[in-house]
Write a protein that binds this ligand. Sequence first.
Ligand code: TRP
Length: 453
Amino acid sequence: MPQQRKSMHGEWSSRWAFILAATGSAVGLGNIWKFPYITGENGGGAFVLVYLACIAIVGIPIMMAEVMLGRRGRHSPINTMRLLAQESGRSPAWQLLGWGGVLAGFIILSFYSVIAGWALAYVLEAASGAFVGGEADRIGALFGGLLGNPVTLISWHTIFMAMTVFVVARGVEKGLERAVRVLMPALFALLLLLVGYAMNSGYFTDGLAFLFKPDFSKISAEGVLIALGHAFFTLSLGMGAIMVYGAYLPQKASIATTTVTIAAADTLVALLAGMAIFPIVFANGLEPGAGPGLIFQTLPIAFGQMPGGLLFGTLFFVLLSFAAWTSGISLLEPAVAWLVENRGLSRVVATVGCGGIIWLLGLASALSFNIWSDFTLFGKTIFDNLDFLASNIMLPLGGLLIALFAAWLLPRAISHDELAMREEGTYALWLFMVRYITPVGVSLVFLNAIGLI
Ligand code: TRP
C-alpha cells in the first residue's frame, strides 16, 4: 500500500481541534434556524423521527466514509477523489464528485449567508431593546420590516460573506480552534436557558408532543426527502466539507469516535432548539409552519419577556451568528483548497474570488424575500429552489456516491487501515451499512419522492 500523504494546507493540532472544527461546521443555522422551521412545515413528530433515523442510518456511516476518504487523500475533495480513484484503479471521472461538491457548497453558502445576515441584524435589534415587551405582533412586524428591505438584507449578507472570506483566507486552522472551544458551550448554555423559559410558558408539553409524538399521516414523500436532505445538511455531508476537514486530521485520531461525538452534539443542539421554540409558538398562537422566519418571530418574544432578556437576546444572536460563521467557512474551503493546489493561486486571491461569486449568487436569495418574492418556479421562491436543489438533491446524491466509492471501489485494505477500529465487528458493521443500507435507503427515498415507488 502506498505511504501516507501529507496535506499542503496544514494539519489540526490534535484530534480535539478536528472535533471542534467539524462540530463548528455541523452546528449552525441548520440546527437552530432550519430544523425547527422545516419540522413545523412538515407536521412535527413523524418528520423528527425520520430525521433521527436518517442521522443514524445514513449520516453517521457517510460521515465516517467522508472523513476516511479525506484523510487518505489529504487534498481538496476534487484531488482527493482523483488520487483515490487512481490508487484504486478506477476512473478519473470520480473527481466530478468533488466538482459537484464545490457547486453545492457555492449554492448553499449563497443563501446561508443571507440568513446569517438576519442573525447579524438581530444582534443590533436585540441590543437596542427592540424586543422588550415581546408582543408577538410587534415582533412579527419587525421581522417583516427586515425582509422587506433589500438594501439592509444585502448589506448584512455582504458583511457575513466578508467575515467568511476573512477566515478562509487566513487558513481555517488558525484562530478557529480557540473560538469554537469557548463559544460553542456558551451557545449550548443559552439554548438551555431558552428551554427553561419554554418550560414555564405553560405550553411545554404541547411543544414536546408536537416534536416527539409521531403522526405519520402528516408526512409526505417530499417530507421524507426533506428529512434525509436535512440529515446531510446538518452534518455538513455530501459536498466535501467534512472530507476537506478530514484531510487535515492527524493520522492517529480515531475516525469512528470523533464522528459519533460530532453527530451526537449536532443532534442535541437541534432537539434543544426545537424544545425551546415550539412551546413559544403555541403559547403565542403562532403558526408552526410559518417558514424560514420561524425562530426570528418566536425567540425575540421569549427574550422580550424574560428578565435579563436584553443581555441574553443579544448574546444569543451573537452566538448564532458565530455558529453560522464556523459553518460558512467549511462551505468555502473545498473550492479554495483546490484553487491553491491546482491553479497556484494564493489563498487570499482564491478566497476573495470564490467569495465574490457566491456573494453575487446570494443577491438572488436576498431579493427573493422582497422584490422578487412573486417570482416562483414549481411553486417555490428562488431561495426555496436553491435550498431544495442543493440540500435535498445534490447533497444526498453526493453522499450516495461517496458511500458507493468508499464501500465498493476503494480497496478494503485502505478503509480498514484508515478506520482502524478497535473491534473487527465495528468495521464489519460500518462496511455493511455503507455497502447496503445507506445506498438502498437514499435511493428508496429518492424514487419515492419523484413518485416512482
Ligand atoms: N451544517 C451546517 C448547519 O447545519 C451547514 C453546513 C456547513 C453545510 N457546511 C456544510 C451543509 C456542508 C452542507 C454541506 O448549519
